[in-house]
Design a protein around this ligand. Structure first.
Ligand code: HPA
Length: 249
């Protein structure tokens, strides 16, 4: 099945892609085990698009339990070569407040203890040390930004995604440190997914959906799940159009 124009990995609050037609479900097994759930393949504006809910469709998998390797392997086995990762995040710096969509261009990885490479055993050779200076595929980022412009969806170009271990949210001091490090966004699922995608040879870019101000950055006394889900829903309204346009390109 080689004609998948785009694969989308949905994060917190995005468990299916609205407006997919003729959806079929694929149960894929990989050498890394099972992915988070079935891959839903359907049509959007005439193009075949694959969708996978990163946390499972019932959100049963916390960020540190997601089998990132199996998810990417399964999408690749299904015929995907290009991945749009939707990641729900907190905003740290000005311009990255709730309901903003951003296409980051850098990552800092603060996660630990996750399966973060496909090279478990021997070998790998030159492929072992993949270049990761630009963690997101520049051409795919450009296409996302073009699709956003064409469909009238505001997307911030650039920013640094700090990937934390979770599942708890961060302390104010941790966010202050991340700000000093240069992070604009904080989320729990950006890594190792991006690095694994590079190892798999997949084109990969992130569209981050800001759900809340990170700890200590806004006026809210605390971050609530209700706030997170309401902001993701509001910020996601333009996504089907953007994804359809992206798949066309
Ligand atoms: N921190 C980490 N991950 C997140 C946040 C946050 O504030 N909001 C949504 N995902």
């Amino acid at each position: 099945m080689a004609d998948i124009a785009l694969a989308v990995i949905g994060g917190t609050g995005i468990y299916k892609l609205a407006q997919l037609d003729d959806v079929e479900s694929l149960q894929v097994e990989t050498r890394f085990g099972a992915p988070s759930g079935p891959i839903r393949v359907g049509r959007l504006h005439g193009r075949r698009i694959a969708f996978l809910a990163r946390h499972g469709e019932g959100h049963s998998l916390p960020p540190h339990k997601v089998n990132y390797r199996a998810n990417l392997a399964a999408l690749q086995q299904a015929g995907a070569t290009r991945i749009l990762a939707l990641n729900t995040v907190g905003g740290i710096t000005d311009g990255f407040g709730p309901r903003v969509l951003a296409c980051p261009d850098q990552v800092i990885d603060y996660t630990w203890g996750r399966e973060s490479t496909i090279w478990d055993g021997e070998g790998g050779g030159e492929a072992l040390h993949v270049d990761f200076g630009d963690p997101y595929t520049p051409l795919l980022r450009r296409r996302i930004l073009d699709a956003a412009r064409v469909t009238g969806v505001a997307v911030v170009d650039g920013g640094c995604y700090g990937a934390t271990q979770g599942p708890r949210l961060e302390t104010k001091a941790e966010i202050a440190r991340m700000r000093r490090d240069g992070c604009d966004l904080v989320g729990m699922t950006g890594m190792p997914e991006a690095a694994l995608a590079r190892e798999f040879g997949l084109e990969y870019a992130c569209l981050a959906i800001v759900a809340n101000w990170a700890a200590g950055c806004g006026d809210a006394a605390e971050i609530t799940l209700d706030e997170v889900l309401a902001n993701v829903a509001a910020a996601s309204a333009g996504l089907p159009g953007l994804v359809g346009e992206l798949a066309r390109g």
